[in-house]
Design a protein around this ligand. Structure first.
Ligand code: PLP
Length: 433
């Protein structure tokens, strides 16, 4: 299979380049030349398969002959080591819990699969793969955990000093081994600028085998399509669900569109955003107007220029009409989100995190107009990751803190402090090999 850039479709590369390069030189996004479809043989039996078997079939449809069956099976099984329960709050109102992975957020799916695919792509090479990632919070933790002790790789995480939460910082700085954390005396933008400067530096790219664990990497999208199949399989046959997706960069929703390409019957997608509503606004007006983001309590969705938007457009043949038939947008305020957290707790004794709460209100509005159709809300993070908001709405001690988050508090942070300076970063990279 070849992969092309959404900006210059004649720019085509193989799987290894699409994954290790992550971003085409023209700043487009890589897409597979032919969108995979699962056969009618698969759809005849898929309800009788295990989750890992369904996921393997989807992964094989994407990668085909480029990844041998045994290697792909290891990647899928190594990624999916935790459960994905579908919880029914009331008839028609379902929650898909995507937070049972090691860092308690759905980003574990993408990061764990990417780590395994990258390690396989560079197998047998003498040089180690150096993975650079700038993070403002959750991505760094998922990537660190996913690559920890993966042979042939080392990860360098840049994060802005004083600007990530205490537990998030512990997720980045306590693993050791092949994971290093750099605490940058600057902003998230400084961190991103340093990562970019390393890729543009000829000497560094010759001496180090550099790649990025960027969220627009195709390797992170493919495994996110798996759970759309798994959730649908748990509904009665013949019921086409509507998925409500709390969205920021729209990787999660794009993965749902890929699942539809595979042949999954989905009635609609709900693009649920906080007040950073560039995509809902586009669905309404037909005009795409990215803008600087505004801070909210669902901060992983504070995105003003969603990085997967070009992929979404490509999947609809660049037709606004086609996109708005399949995707409905809702914009939810912080006050509405807080009220939903309290309401779901009092009605159903269930604790939704602020991101899931945004999607839950959107799903309820959608059901009001489509009363006979079920919705599935993707719950993207464990509520304990947003303890300050949860305690504010529900009181202290209500949300239980999972063991693997609690133990981090006692681990020792190890991070190198650096000025937001390109020369200093280069020196550190060359001196710490
Ligand atoms: C990253 C993230 C999102 C947004 O996902 P996208 O794929 O960027 O749309 C939503 N919720 C949580 C908890 C996240 O970490």
């Amino acid at each position: 299979m070849l992969y092309h850039s959404t900006t210059t479709p004649s720019h085509r590369v193989d799987l290894k380049e699409a994954i290790l390069r992550s971003l085409p030189p023209d700043n487009g996004l890589y897409m597979p030349d032919a969108l995979p479809v699962l056969s009618s043989d698969f759809w005849a039996i898929w309800r009788d398969l295990e989750f890992q078997e369904v996921a393997y079939a989807a992964a094989h449809a994407f990668f085909q002959e480029d990844v041998p069956a045994a290697a792909l099976k290891d990647m899928v099984e190594g990624t999916l080591t935790f459960e994905v329960p579908l919880v029914c709050l009331s008839p028609g109102d379902h929650i898909l819990e995507l937070f049972h992975g090691p860092t308690l957020a759905f980003k574990d799916f993408g990061a764990r699969f990417m780590a395994r695919l990258m390690a396989w792509l560079v197998r047998g090479e003498s040089r180690e793969l150096t993975v650079l990632v700038a993070t403002s919070g959750d991505t760094g933790g998922a990537v660190a955990s996913a690559f920890h002790q993966v042979p042939g790789t080392r990860v360098i995480i840049l994060y802005p000093e004083g600007k990530v939460s205490g537990l998030q910082e512990k997720q980045l700085t306590t693993l050791g081994d092949n994971i290093s954390a750099l605490e940058i005396a600057g902003t998230f933008d400084d961190c991103q600028r340093l990562v970019k400067s390393a890729f543009l530096d000829r000497e560094l790219s010759e001496r180090l085998n550099l790649t990025s664990a960027n969220s627009i990497n195709l390797a992170r999208l493919v495994p996110q399509s798996f759970y759309y199949l798994e959730a649908t399989r748990q509904l009665p046959e013949g019921v086409d669900p509507t998925f409500a997706i709390p969205s920021g960069n729209f990787g999660n929703l794009t993965a749902g569109l890929l699942a539809v390409q595979l042949g999954l019957p989905v009635k609609q997608f709900i693009a649920a955003t906080n007040i950073n509503d560039v995509v809902p606004a586009y669905l309404k007006s037909g005009t795409y107007e990215p803008r600087p983001s505004t801070a909210t309590i669902s901060n992983a969705m504070d995105v003003g220029a969603p990085s997967n938007f070009a992929r979404m457009q490509a999947l609809f043949g660049n037709s606004w009409e086609a996109m708005r038939q399949k995707i409905v947008g809702y914009r939810i305020s912080d006050d509405e989100t807080r009220a939903a957290i309290r309401e779901v707790k009092s009605l159903h004794d269930y604790e939704l995190d602020p991101h899931g709460a945004v999607a839950w209100i959107a799903a309820r509005r959608w059901r009001a107009a489509n009363p006979t159709h079920p919705t599935i809300v993707l719950e993207t993070a464990h509520p304990a990751k947003f303890l300050d908001v949860m305690e504010h709405e529900l009181g202290k001690g209500v949300v239980e803190i999972p063991e693997r988050l609690a133990i981090l508090a006692h681990r020792e942070k190890v991070a190198a402090k650096l000025a937001p300076d390109e020369a200093a970063f280069k020196e550190w990279l060359l001196g710490n090999r």
